[in-house]
Write a protein that binds this ligand. Structure first.
Ligand code: AMP
Ligand code: GLY
Length: 421
């Protein structure tokens, strides 16, 4: 079959790598892709947020299956446009993508289905929001309702920070996304991410992971899109999995179906776990980046069968064949990220690395200039390894990192610390 993957990050390179290994994949196109994906697929230039353009391209190229990587095209209804044109696709409708695009919507769904989550209130007016914060006290969490590129959440440890965040958001710092704020109870515990496929009715868990959001070692420095991840997450034991699925995920999927907006795609659920009880922090409607890299490393070629079963509404008959192993990915970013950084620096040493089912460098912001790989973004490479233990995967990933010559880049040296102790 002919397969089109939309996106250009490490997540999409990992999806492309897994899909390409499956014999069902005859032709693989990525749009827009990056230098890493160009080595295994055809790259097409296409406005991936324009549903009509994606449909036209998919038709012209006889694409049988489209995998949508990032949230923007999902929220823009690219999945709806494809399905309306009779093209199979992986990723939810715009209506179902509200689970990520609106925090207030997600809270409402949790209320309707009884899923455990933080207590909350919603505000569009400044004065009552400030009064609410003063009455609740700190710590407290302030969230812009809409998509704010991961920056719309302030975990305020003091009342002053909380009041300033409310003023910022309702004052227009996030534009439309901040026209409404959700003010939430601060939940204590350890956080983990859980990835579950849903075909609208049936669910199938495809792995757990933990991310490292801060830029520097020891979880210091500014928040980023994620500096490294590993899978599985040891905090998520079988009892937590069972509770999360029966109390949170399945009720959410049932509620979305009841509303006439069934959820089809991957649910990336963030849970706060305390005393063995998971509570929902948030849903995303796509794979995490870099969490996807470790999931794909562990799933390999079967990932395509699972995504197809999801799109064809037959997850009840699908199953995951787990290897009893661990994967870990370290993000190499341009110095300065997540602030401003230089583009165009050369990266050497990649050709000498052996890449196979246990060792892979997934590209994010890379391009090709004069036959040389150059950095074109903030997060640039995802150096990923698999091992029979997490320690082995970690050691292997850092061995690869040490063989890469990129003076303008940096990475954290402690990915996996929480699980390795
Ligand atoms: P979100 O974008 O909703 O994932 O929030 C970003 C981060 O803020 C989460 O990954 C948590 O670490 C933290 N966070 C969000 N909501 C809460 C909450 N109610 N209690 C504690 N931490 C939270
Ligand atoms: N790694 C966090 C995210 O993909 O949202």
């Amino acid at each position: 079959m002919n397969i089109l993957i939309l996106g250009s990050g490490g997540r999409e390179h990992a999806l492309a790598w897994a899909v390409k290994q499956n014999p069902k994949c005859d032709r693989l196109i990525v749009a827009p892709g990056n230098a890493g994906m160009a080595a295994i697929a055809e790259c097409a230039s296409l406005d991936i947020n324009d549903g009509a353009a994606v449909v036209e391209f998919a038709d012209a190229q006889s694409v049988d299956f489209v995998i949508i990587g990032p949230e923007a095209p999902l929220a823009a209804g690219v999945g709806d446009a494809l399905r309306a044109a009779g093209i199979k696709c992986f990723g939810p409708s715009a209506a179902a993508a509200q689970l990520e695009a609106s925090k207030a919507f997600t809270k409402e769904v949790c209320d309707a289905c009884g899923a455990p989550t933080a207590g909350y209130a919603r505000f569009t007016e400044l004065a009552p929001a400030l009064d609410y914060v003063k009455a609740q006290g700190a710590p407290i969490v302030i969230k812009a309702d809409g998509l704010a590129a991961g920056k719309g959440v302030v975990v305020a440890m003091t009342i002053e920070d909380a009041l300033a965040a409310v003023e910022d958001m309702l004052g227009g710092a996030f534009g439309e996304a901040g026209a409404e704020v959700v003010i939430e109870e601060f939940m204590e515990g350890e956080e983990a991410s859980f990835f579950i496929l849903s075909d609208g009715k049936n669910i199938l868990p495809v792995g757990t992971a933990q991310d490292h959001k801060r830029a520097y070692d020891g979880d210091e420095g500014p928040n980023t899109g994620g500096m490294g991840a590993y899978s599985p997450a040891p905090i998520v034991d079988d009892a937590v999995v069972a509770k999360a699925l029966s109390e949170i995920v399945q009720p959410t999927v049932d509620e979305m179906a009841r509303r006439g907006t069934p959820y089809q795609g991957v649910l990336y659920a963030g849970f706060m776990i305390k005393d063995g009880q998971p509570r929902l922090v948030e849903y995303n409607v796509r794979f995490g980046d870099p969490e996807c890299q470790v999931l794909m490393m562990r799933l390999g070629a079967q990932a395509l069968d699972l995504l197809l079963a999801c799109a064809e509404e037959r997850l009840d008959t699908a199953q995951v064949n787990w290897a009893n192993d661990h994967a870990l990915t370290v993000v190499m970013a341009a110095k300065g990220y997540p602030g401003s950084y230089e583009k165009g620096s050369r990266i050497s040493g990649l050709d000498a690395l052996s890449e196979d089912s246990k060792n892979m460098v997934f590209h994010a912001g890379t391009g090709l200039r004069d036959d040389h790989i150059v950095a074109t973004g903030g997060r640039v490479l995802n150096v990923t390894a698999r091992g029979s233990s997490l320690a082995e995967a970690q050691a292997r990933a850092y061995e690869m990192i040490d063989a890469i010559d990129w003076p303008e880049g940096f990475c954290r040296r402690d990915i996996g610390w929480r699980a390795l102790g």
